[in-house]
Ligand binder design. Structure first.
Ligand SMILES: [Fe+2]
Length: 429
């Protein structure tokens, strides 16, 4: 072998200088730094044909009322659970003009969009890194670093500030979009389960194909800072990048690659299904998995005392919901308010009707208190959701009986020596 090959210590694609800020190439291409943490955090460099600041003088303006539902006012969640119906936009709008806020706290917001019109502009979110879950649809996410193909069941992570554009494939599109205002999503790992449960960093797909555009024209870029949307126009295509280097990058992560933790003899808590942590929020994926063989396979009644819980129902049976939830809906369970299985699901558990698998995919995002709900979301709220637990007040199996206490005492005595089947035997001396 007369030629050895090497990896660089940082991902890089295309034409780049020997190191950032170094070498004669920089007299011929224009380096741009995308830096977090005041240029001391995660960073990437892109190398451009034309200066990134070549906006047309006098053509920068604030866009009033550009994405009105994205700014839907926030209200206290209060002490009632909500099940939000599927959003049905009244008019075809693109990914961002049609964005609608659902829930938010100080550092994270959850939104929904059902785009049905093309994006004729490029978008930069200057206040948040976006975590987008594709509930329905697909297409190509065009980014400064290259295109990323995506489809149903994919997460797309678009770091704060990165110019991008969605080229949606034909057909319905429906995305849940999480904005992280205070930091990028971190891969969730536990010391006891290591790097590969629930997924491996190698499951992330970063762009590697450069699609350099050397085009002249009028190219619109819309940025969002807080609630202000600003348009600027450039005379060259923003994706004029001939190379890049760094680890501040957009990427795709497929729910299919979540390999969940399961347990035979105990209930796996929601926290074990966390895939990303964000400041003020954690994001979990409940996916297809074996049902616990012994112990509680149904979610226990619980109250989350520090977080408002949301679940986006992507696919499946949604076993604990007793048939009240349809795909595409979102539940909002406020901080502190107890919840758990609907009566039909609990009856199945009590009767020992254990299925072999949890056939479901749900995306849970829990928001540190105080969290609020938007007026738009309240408009989607199904009036009967709180009644879905009503069987606990009418079904004789759950309602008051004078002999109940004596029955439970007798049962407890009978079951006192019950042991798991899956256990070490004690019959050896
Ligand atoms: Fe919950």
């Amino acid at each position: 072998m007369d030629k050895f090959e090497y990896w660089s210590g940082l991902p890089e694609v295309g034409i780049v200088p020997r190191a950032p800020h170094v070498g004669p190439l920089l007299q011929h291409v224009h380096e741009q730094e995308h830096g977090r943490g005041g240029f001391a955090g995660r960073v990437s460099h892109t190398y451009h044909l034309y200066p990134p600041n070549n906006w047309l003088p006098g053509e920068t303006r604030v866009l009033e009322g550009w994405a009105p539902l994205w700014e839907s006012p926030l209200r206290p969640v209060g002490g009632a659970h909500h099940a939000l119906g599927v959003a049905r936009p009244s008019a075809p709008r693109d990914v961002y003009r049609g964005m609608a806020r659902l829930v938010a706290n100080a550092t994270v917001a959850m939104n929904v969009t059902a785009p049905a019109a093309p994006m004729d502009y490029f978008f930069e979110h200057h206040s948040a890194t976006l975590v987008i879950f594709v509930h329905e649809g697909g297409g190509t996410l065009e980014t400064l670093f290259g295109p990323i193909g995506y489809g149903r069941g994919d997460f797309l992570i678009v770091p704060k500030g990165i110019p991008h554009r969605f080229e949606c494939a034909p057909g319905p599109q429906y995305y849940w979009v999480y904005e992280s205002f205070a930091g990028d999503p971190e891969k969730s790992e536990a010391p006891t389960t290591g790097h590969f449960i629930t997924h491996s960093r190698s499951d992330y797909r970063f762009p590697r194909t450069l699609d350099t555009r050397n085009e002249a024209g009028r190219f619109e870029v819309v940025s969002k800072v807080g609630s202000v949307y600003t348009q600027r126009m450039h005379p060259t295509h923003p994706f004029d990048v001939v190379g890049w280097r760094g680890d501040y990058l957009p990427y795709r992560f497929a729910v299919e690659d979540v390999r969940p933790l399961t347990a035979d003899r105990s209930h796996v808590p929601p926290s074990a299904h966390t895939v990303f942590t964000l400041p003020g929020c954690y994001l979990c994926v409940f996916t297809v998995r074996s049902v616990e063989k012994e112990g509680m396979w149904l979610p226990f009644f619980h109250r989350n005392l520090d977080y408002c819980e949301t679940i986006g129902y992507h696919w499946g049976d949604f076993f604990s919901r007793g048939g009240v939830i349809q795909e595409g809906m979102v539940t909002v369970h406020p901080v502190g308010l107890p919840h758990g299985p609907q009566p039909a699901a609990l009856q199945a558990f009590m009767d020992g009707q254990r299925p072999a698998r949890h056939q479901e995919v749900g995306i849970m995002a829990d928001f540190a208190n105080p969290a609020q709900i938007s007026e738009y979301a309240l408009g989607l709220s199904q009036p009967d959701y709180m009644k879905s637990w009503g069987g606990y007040t009418t079904d004789p199996r759950f309602t008051h009986r004078p002999e109940r206490l004596a029955e439970v005492r007798a049962l407890a005595e009978r079951l006192a020596d019950a042991r798991d089947e899956l256990r070490p035997r004690r019959d050896t001396p």
